[in-house]
Design a protein around this ligand. Structure first.
Ligand SMILES: O=C(O)C(=O)C[C@]1(C(=O)O)C=C[C@@H](O)C=C1
Length: 275
């Protein structure tokens, strides 16, 4: 059955097959959210507080925010109330706005080593400057300039995309912990030498990466196609730029997952017998 990673069971949550299954499942989520997003133009103004300033009354934030940051920070504030960021597989973009949950805390067993790895600012930057412009290109979805009516809708889609990307990329911590436990001696040596390149080589599996990209191309084509239309019509009506989806994974998602894995491992020996 298609179930989420069970974070109450450390052994299962650190089984590399289970984690990869979760990563594969998130490919669907990310592709579908991006398909939703590219129905709208790029709308560059929603990322620029000078073009479209939204006054913020949260003292933890600047007085003027972009629409995207305003909606993302408010969403995170709300979600923190229902314990979203207590979960070890969730990472906020705006940790400064989180509030104490209104529900009883959940006691998660310890799965990951304590760490402060959070690459969300890089994810957001690459999403705005690389992923979106590429995904919106060739689709007549470049900034039309004359209309503001889809700004809110586009920003809502952005939140879904960014949260799914963040979850996928930070799953690198679970992958790294799993690999560390499997080859502890090898990793302890590399970590002690602060050999980032060596760690990167040790966590890389080129065959798996190739498979990820092939599968993604197939998914983008399949999910972006209307099953009730003929192939000839579908070729003209693809809902998403397939190359942009593959490029997003090749240039952003996989490399950042690896950054998360390496940076997590760099912190892995702190407070342990190997330090
Ligand atoms: O599946 C793994 O072993 C991972 O580390 C994840 C991942 C990926 O991001 O998909 C990253 C690095 C590896 O080279 C292969 C795949």
């Amino acid at each position: 059955m298609d179930t989420a990673l069970d974070l109450s069971n450390p052994e299962g949550a650190l089984d590399l097959d289970n984690i990869r299954f979760q990563l594969i499942r998130l490919e669907d989520t990310i592709t579908f959210h991006l398909i939703e997003r590219v129905q709208f133009p790029l709308n560059a103004a929603i990322y620029d507080p000078d073009k479209l300033p939204i006054p913020s009354y949260n003292l933890a934030l600047p007085p003027n925010l972009s629409l995207a940051d305003y909606m993302l920070s408010e969403t995170e504030r709300l979600h923190s109330l229902v314990r979203r960021y207590d979960a070890p597989d969730e990472h906020p973009f705006f940790p400064q706005v989180l509030q104490r949950p209104i529900m009883q805390p959940i006691k998660y067993p310890t799965i990951l080593h304590p760490n402060n790895v959070n690459v969300n600012s890089t994810i957001k930057d690459k999403y705005i400057t690389e992923i979106l412009p590429e995904a919106c290109r060739d689709f007549g979805r470049t900034d039309r300039g004359e209309t503001k009516e889809n700004y809110g809708s586009a920003a809502c889609c952005d939140i879904a995309c960014l949260q799914a990307l963040s979850r996928r990329i930070h799953f690198g911590k679970f992958v790294a912990e799993s690999k560390f436990r499997k080859e502890t001696e090898r990793f302890v040596k590399l970590i002690k030498a602060v050999d980032r390149q060596g760690i990167d080589e040790a966590i890389t599996n080129a065959a798996v990466e190739k498979k990820v990209l092939e599968r993604l191309r197939l998914k983008a084509k399949t999910y972006g196609t209307d099953p009730s239309l003929s192939a000839a019509v579908n070729d003209r009506k693809e809902k998403i730029n397939i190359e942009a989806v593959v490029k997003m994974y090749a240039q952003v998602v996989i490399p950042l997952t690896k950054v998360v894995e390496v940076e997590y491992l760099i912190q892995r020996l702190k407070g342990t017998e190997w330090e």
